[in-house]
Design a protein around this ligand. Structure first.
Ligand SMILES: O=C(CO)COP(=O)(O)O
Length: 248
């Protein structure tokens, strides 16, 4: 059974003053019974990494370029995230896929770049509302999984996040059966492709996770934690989710 992971994606939120939330998390969870990851905007990465240094809270980026360096205005590389103190990077988030036209092949290349820099890739997959209503959820997610995760994924270098696009920031959440069906399918495909390593790759659920719904979501089979957006910005809310996870 892999150790559970509570991951926070701050998206384009947070300034220096927001680090007070990290202080509060450190104070509340010096020894949480699950892994904790915070992915702030790049501007906060090194400052946050300094704050959590020596604690059990890990820090990660929200995206990386495929190249290690070069003429790519506005981008940052996996090596830069690692040098700033990050250990993880979120890749293929639906907001990157939608806003920046990222496709599976690019996400796979970024995943390989992340591994090359020694980072753990948190690879996101998830269907749109149209795709769900057309009964295509499993096909879409399976296609993204196959295309976005290169050969060589292990329990140590990869985390999968299932995030239905229509559940992100909307307060809407799939039923527990719907979450379970997708997570079970992802697990089967990971195990098929990567053997024992695939059994251990953590599969997070993301999309409107809150303290009030976290416990029931964490009880679903093959849910190994959460990738949390809005509710990760406040230590109290994120703490409620951490608490539910370590009791799961
Ligand atoms: O996109 C998400 C995390 O990556 C989920 O966002 P919310 O938790 O705000 O719905």
């Amino acid at each position: 059974m892999p150790r559970k992971l509570a991951a926070g994606n701050w998206k384009m939120n947070g300034i220096g003053a927001s680090l007070v939330e990290v202080e509060a998390l450190l104070a509340a969870w010096p020894n949480a019974g699950c892994d904790i990851l915070l992915c702030p905007p790049a501007t906060l990465l090194s400052r946050m990494a300094e704050r959590v240094s020596g604690s059990s809270i890990a820090v990660g980026g929200q995206d990386c370029h495929v190249a290690a360096s070069g003429a790519h205005t506005g981008d940052i590389s996996a090596d830069m995230i690692a040098e700033a103190g990050g250990s993880h990077v979120i890749l293929g988030h639906s907001e990157r896929r939608a806003d920046h036209g990222e496709d599976d092949a690019l996400v796979a290349a970024k995943t390989a770049a992340a591994w090359g820099a020694g980072l753990i890739a948190v690879v996101c997959v998830g269907e749109t509302l149209d795709e769900r209503e057309a009964g295509r959820t499993i096909d879409v997610v399976a296609g993204q999984l196959a295309g976005s995760v290169p050969d060589g994924a292990t329990a140590a270098n990869t985390v999968i996040a299932y995030e239905p696009v229509w559940a992100i920031g909307t307060g809407k959440v799939p039923t527990l059966d719907e979450i379970g069906a997708v997570h079970d399918d992802i697990r089967a495909r990971l195990s098929d492709r990567f053997g024992a390593e695939g059994d251990g790759i953590r599969i997070l659920y993301g999309g409107s996770v809150k303290p009030s719904n976290a416990a029931e979501i964490f009880a679903v089979s093959n849910v190994d934690g959460a990738l949390v957006g809005g509710a990760s910005l406040k230590a109290d809310d994120f703490g409620g989710i951490i608490s539910a996870l370590q009791n799961a």
